[in-house]
Design a protein around this ligand. Sequence first.
Ligand SMILES: Cc1cc2nc3c(=O)[nH]c(=O)nc-3n(C[C@H](O)[C@H](O)[C@H](O)COP(=O)(O)OP(=O)(O)OC[C@H]3O[C@@H](n4cnc5c(N)ncnc54)[C@H](O)[C@@H]3O)c2cc1C
Length: 391
Amino acid sequence: MVVDFELTDEQKAAVEMAHDFALNELRPIAEEWDRKGEFPKDLILKKAVDAGFTTAGIPEEYGGGGLDQLTSAMVFEELFWGCAGLATSIGANNLATAPILIAGTEEQKKRWLTKLCDGEPRLAAFCLTEPEAGSDVSSIKTTAKLEGDHYVINGQKCFITNGGISDVYTVFAQTEEGLTGFIVGGDYEGVSMGKHEDKMGIRASHTAEVFFDNVKVPVEDVLGEPGRAFVIVMQTLDMTRAGVAAAAVGVARAAFEEALAYAKQRVQFGQPIIVNQGISFMLADMLMKIEAGRRLYYYAGWLATKMAAEGRMSRRLSVASSIAKAFCGDMAMEVTTNAVQILGGYGYMKDYPVEKYMRDAKIMQIYEGTNQIQRYVIAANLMGIKELKQA
Ligand SMILES: Cc1cc2nc3c(=O)[nH]c(=O)nc-3n(C[C@H](O)[C@H](O)[C@H](O)COP(=O)(O)OP(=O)(O)OC[C@H]3O[C@@H](n4cnc5c(N)ncnc54)[C@H](O)[C@@H]3O)c2cc1C
């Protein structure tokens, strides 16, 4: 058999557990924390830790769940179905720890990954973006100067999920050799939180600036070779984009279910609005696109799992994960917008969750590389450019 769409027993169990958590723990508090615009760390993080979601992708030998990239993405489809904001903060550890899994030494993995898996409510944050360096990673201005047996990091990161409330940071800064990755403890002197962002959507996630002010990091905590971090960043995003695509499918699915139920019970002109082809075809299109998106992230997640197992990266994975991320991000925006349309004026009101889904979906086109940047990756491949250069 070339392709088997049957989930394994392990995958079915993981998806079911994530669905129950989304239904019973995330959905009941989603609206309140969306309104407050804060991540209720004290309320939800320990539960997420106990359920294994914050460390799902960390190998079992370091105390994590050991889920492969595909199964992890399936789990996050469910959590994002529950609440995209809460799920973003819960899931950010996966992005932050990917550079350690890709480029870390055995000693670094033992020290930092094990710490994140000690059962305490711990978070990790991925610190790449800066005020003047978003899509253009090469513009990063944060510096790390070698002084004897340690580096001194100075700079400012922005839009960091769980920034300022994390125990572990993977930080990218310029050294003499070029862009370099570091692992930084949240309790190190000089690490501080700046502005806490007030966002359009995923409002129950925590997003903030992070400042590094003369932060001393031992040379043992450099990730990979100094000057080689651009490749680590690209490989990290190749590995995690299937997860963003899955997240987008989760949000779209939530909106679709709400719109379908509403269309069946809302009566206008003496009949449920779903009997109008203008509505039922919209719903059919929404379902078609959700299903297409899920197949794309299944493929990207499967390929990421295969590459991780083989300990290598490939252009095929870069393209597949960019296709999945861009398609699913755009699809989630379209599906959630149409869900609001199907609910009419009620869809525009906060009494129904679809306006939240629409606000939440927008981020899927922006974070972990905008959808223009995904198209850039796909087009570069079409043009035969072997590696995205550090422009
Ligand atoms: C809620 C939230 C959470 C985030 N979490 C994190 C995090 O945890 N860690 C982290 O490091 N970052 C994080 N980010 C940052 C995010 O990854 C960046 O916002 C994103 O990569 C885009 O960068 P930018 O905002 O600077 O936009 P810019 O790069 O300035 O882009 C602006 C616009 O120009 C377009 N554009 C830029 N270059 C090109 C080009 N060559 N061709 C065509 N179009 C182009 C972009 O697609 C976009 O539409 C987060 C952002 C948000 C909003």
